[in-house]
Ligand binder design. Structure first.
Ligand code: UGA
Length: 436
């Protein structure tokens, strides 16, 4: 099928390449010339496992192209819109500027019978407000949220755990859902749940899923705070409650909390939208979820200060990790960098290392020192602070080797991912988050 993807950021670039990889003919459009040039050369503009391969393959096959010229979307049966919806500068709400610009640019090129599939994460009510605009052209709007995780984006797009389509009532909506089923034929054929619903539900599925995940993380981090006050161990607690299938162990990783381009801004945008709807109280707990999350970053800094005897001034601190999570070079709202910046602000001599995110980190926080080589970063450190659980740190860093490089013997495990016994045995003073 001929498809277009408007917006070639994280979501759009992966979606375009993934759709080409399952056999569609895809044109990706973005206003950013440099991005389009890089993508056209088959270069992934960010670190995402597997993306490079499907981009190269798609371009070589002739099924995947990128352009800055929106008129090239003409003739596509489905137009996916996957532009960003960042947090507004002056508040918590989502900024829909890019969504409106994309629909404005797209509208003149739509033909009767086309399907426009919104993929951006938007406040509930957005699709209903955009639908008449699309309908004027004879096309139909569906809302088809995306649930990909960075680091697993290719796999999540090609083989998602569910597909959701918010469609208008009536025959046009039914037909549009059928077309989307054809687009996602490999998933549909293998029995992946395909949920057809109304616009509002589809939009809410997305934001409520992220709100639930954020709440789960903040719940366990709240338990970490209680564990710290009582001498309990939050990791054992998470293991124990996680055995209850109704609770589940995933996303009960206590530590310095969630960051990235989605969870933080999505819960804030959800709160703002609920306020507008006069239902702020219904999701008032999300403010608390946000507050707990931010407190854990501050707590990690406090633990480092305590471990270093009350002051970090002049201490050399090796910070392992800059990305908001492993398998990503994304530093948007990264708790890891936040901890590094706070320590630097307290006068520490901070050296940050990360296998993928250093270039991005350096652009945004030039005041920090960066070292690509992990061992060089560790050399002479008074304290080691793990803030992103890359395998390079949690599996491949031998505590005896680390002790041969560092000056001090303090390790702060901001992700509760190290084996405390092994580090203690190698002479380290181990400090976790909510761990004994
Ligand atoms: C999140 C959702 O998981 C995706 O389903 C969704 O599609 C995406 O947002 C989006 O809206 O686009 P992502 O931001 O890639 O995906 O990252 P997650 O894997 O959800 O992790 C978010 C943050 O939570 C990371 O900083 C991670 O370190 C942290 N986290 C995760 C914890 O602190 N503890 C955990 O147990 C799990």
């Amino acid at each position: 099928m001929k498809l277009s993807v408007i917006g070639c950021g994280y979501l759009g670039a992966v979606h375009a390449a993934a759709m080409a990889s399952i056999g569609h003919e895809v044109i990706g459009v973005d206003v950013d010339e440099r991005k389009v040039e890089a993508l056209s050369r088959g270069e992934a503009p960010f670190f995402e496992p597997g993306l490079q391969e499907i981009l190269t393959e798609g371009i070589a096959s002739g099924r995947l192209r990128f352009s800055t010229d929106i008129s090239e979307v003409r003739g596509s049966a489905v137009h996916f819109v996957g532009v960003g919806t960042p947090q507004k500068r002056d508040g918590y709400a989502a900024d829909l500027t890019f969504v409106h610009a994309a629909f404005d640019a797209l509208a003149p090129h739509l033909s009767a019978g086309d399907v426009v599939a919104g993929k951006s994460t938007v406040p509930v009510g957005t699709a209903a407000s955009l639908a008449p605009r699309v309908a004027e052209t004879g096309a139909v709007l569906v809302w088809n949220p995306e649930f990909l995780r960075e680091g697993w984006a290719v796999q999540d797009t090609i083989d998602p755990d569910r597909l959701v389509a918010g469609v208008p009532a009536g025959e046009a909506g039914e037909r549009a859902a059928e077309i989307l089923r054809e687009v996602y034929h490999p998933s549909v054929a293998k029995g992946t749940p395909f949920i057809v619903t109304d616009y509002a539900t589809a939009e809410l599925v997305k934001v409520s899923a992220n709100a639930f995940l954020a709440t789960k993380i903040s719940f366990i981090n709240a338990m970490a705070e209680i564990a710290e006050a009582t001498g309990a161990d939050v990791t054992t607690l998470a293991d124990a409650i996680g055995h209850d299938a109704r609770i589940g162990r995933r996303f009960l990783g206590a530590g310095i909390g969630f960051g990235g381009g989605c969870l933080p801004k999505d819960i804030r945008a959800f709160s703002a939208r609920a306020e507008e709807l006069g239902k702020g109280e219904s999701v008032a707990f999300l403010r608390e979820v946000d507050a707990i999350n931010l407190r854990r970053r501050a707590r990690a800094v406090e633990i480092v200060v305590e471990a270093l005897g009350g002051a970090v001034n002049g201490a050399r601190i090796a910070v392992l990790g800059a990305a908001f999570k492993p398998h990503s070079d994304d530093i948007r709202d990264s708790p890891a960098l936040d901890v590094a910046v706070q320590l630097k602000g307290l006068g520490a001599d901070v050296v940050v290392t990360d296998p993928a995110a250093l270039a991005n980190a350096e652009r945004v926080h030039p005041q920090l020192s960066y070292e690509a080589d992990r061992d060089t970063a560790l050399t002479g450190a008074d304290a080691v602070v793990l803030v992103t659980e890359w395998d390079e740190y949690r599996r491949q860093l031998d505590p005896i080797h680390a002790a041969s490089l560092a000056k001090g013997r303090i390790v702060v495990d901001g992700r509760n991912c190290l084996d405390p016994a092994a580090w203690k045995a190698a002479g380290w003073e181990y400090r976790g988050m909510g761990r004994r």
